[in-house]
Design a protein around this ligand. Structure first.
Ligand code: SAH
Ligand code: SF4
Ligand code: F3S
Length: 434
């Protein structure tokens, strides 16, 4: 049978879709190039904010007509909406056949013939010991799961409900996977988890980084996401001492007001956060720091919001994802007093984005003329020769040309030095140094 996967949401889902594809292939299925050609349509969904949920249901509504044309078509809802809504998905969309939570993707290859309306949303205590066949989309960079779930219960967040309890994969399994990836020619790995800093099997996260750093063939190591409360001095030392670990950290601040941080159950104050930033920058002066901010949390006052704006200026992030607070089912914050009007939230969000845009522009402009190391991720033939797409160690996107007088073809996977010739908000342009 032919399957087609549509993915919504974060890196976890992007990587889970690679696992789902691997599972389907191991079950003898093949991938379809478009939804209309599929016998099984799999949606890997996200419900982190209400908008993400709406986006999925409107897409689902648009694709339901495919079932009229092909009555044998099976529709699977997987991912976080599946876990959150379980059987309620069938009430909202009776034409859906199967609902499969993130801990149960292994059942997906065997669903045909079961049903109608089958749900697989049980806790799976074996998940950390399960080895998934993974059908990776990229041959230069690879995601590697190091832990599942989350135990932090930030008051606004659905993830602990959709992804279950935090559990770490055994280090030997992770390192074996990285070895295999290196043998397949992968150059960059990104360790994945909701809070990688709290990784703990027989070794902790800095020790895992150290072991991965020793694997031949791997040139770069990244990780997402870090929780500020668990960013230890040992981890900062590891980032600064291990040559393959890149100088970038995504460290969600969420708010610059310690009062709001407490309401969010983040377990750090703004001062704690700032201290960690200072430690990071004193160990690694050029480290890029990116963050997430939530605008208009329940009860957020004008003064709290002003504290967030001040924090953004004081820290000077390299990049940011900012969102309006969105109430989510089951979460503690949805029951708080003082939910703000959408208008106030929007106003605050735009103030946050405007300040950050200025900072990003200034920071990027300073890179003009600098030398950067790029891992080439793709080479696209342009009118004036090949165009290389890659990223700096600090995770900035770069598009660059080779000098006109060179014949050497640089393939994806190579690491080259470039000079930055132009800068924009979301990317840099450059030329390869001879
Ligand atoms: N585990 C990661 C990612 C969580 S989701 C972490 O802790 O950073 C990514 C981001 O979405 C969060 O950092 C937060 O800024 C945002 N987010 C989560 N729930 C939200 C909600 N209910 N409303 C608005 N933004 C939310
Ligand atoms: Fe959500 Fe907080 Fe866990 Fe991140 S650390 S996934 S924001 S509960
Ligand atoms: Fe990711 Fe969305 Fe789930 S952000 S963990 S896919 S709710």
């Amino acid at each position: 049978m032919k399957y087609y996967i549509e993915t919504f949401g974060c890196q976890m889902n992007v990587h889970d879709s690679e696992k789902i594809s691997g599972i389907m292939k191991s079950g003898g299925h093949t991938s379809a190039s478009a939804p209309a050609e599929a016998d099984i349509l799999i949606f890997n969904t996200c419900c982190i904010r209400e908008k993400a949920e709406q986006k999925f249901f409107s897409r689902l509504g648009r694709l339901k007509s495919l079932k009229k044309r092909n009555p044998g078509l099976k529709i699977v809802v997987a991912g976080c909406i599946a876990q959150q809504e379980k059987g309620a998905v069938f009430q909202r969309a009776p034409y859906v056949d199967y609902v499969v939570g993130p801990q149960n993707i292994h059942v997906i290859k065997e669903l045909d013939g079961i049903g109608p309306h089958y749900t697989a949303c049980e806790d799976n205590p074996l998940i950390a010991d399960t080895e998934y066949q993974t059908d990776r989309a990229d041959s230069v960079k690879a995601w590697v799961t190091i832990m599942y779930g989350c135990d932090n219960y930030c008051s606004y967040c659905v993830v602990p409900y959709t992804r279950g309890r935090e559990i770490s994969r055994p280090a030997v399994k992770i390192l074996e996977e990285v070895e295999r990836l290196a043998q397949d020619g992968v150059k960059e790995i990104t360790f994945l988890g909701q809070n990688v800093n709290s990784y703990m099997s027989d070794i902790n996260f800095p020790a895992l980084l150290k072991k991965a750093n020793e694997i031949d063939g791997i040139r770069r190591i990244r990780f997402v996401t870090s929780h500020p409360k668990d960013l230890s001095n040992e981890l900062i030392r590891a980032i600064s001492n291990l040559d393959k670990v890149c100088e970038h950290i995504h460290l969600p601040l969420q708010s610059g007001s310690s009062r709001v941080l407490r309401l969010m159950n983040r377990k750090y104050t703004y001062d704690d956060y700032l201290k960690k930033i200072k430690l990071l920058r004193s160990a690694l002066p050029d480290i890029a720091i990116t963050t997430d901010i939530i605008a208009g949390f329940p009860g957020e006052t004008g003064e709290d919001h002003a504290a967030t704006l001040r924090a953004i200026e004081e820290i000077g992030f390299d990049g940011m994802f900012a969102f309006k607070y969105s109430p989510r089912p089951e979460t503690a914050a949805s029951r708080l007093e003082g939910h703000l009007d959408e208008e106030v939230q929007s106003e605050r969000l735009y103030e946050i984005i405007d300040i950050q845009n200025l900072i990003t522009d200034t920071k990027n402009r300073r890179l003009k003329g600098s030398s950067q190391e790029i891992l080439v991720e793709a080479v696209i033939e342009g009118r004036e020769g090949p165009i290389l797409h890659g990223r700096t160690r600090t995770n900035k996107i770069v598009v660059c040309h080779q000098p006109a007088d060179t014949d050497r073809l640089i393939p994806p996977g190579d690491i080259v030095d470039i000079t930055v010739t132009k800068t924009a908000r979301h990317s840099l342009a450059g030329i390869v140094r001879q």
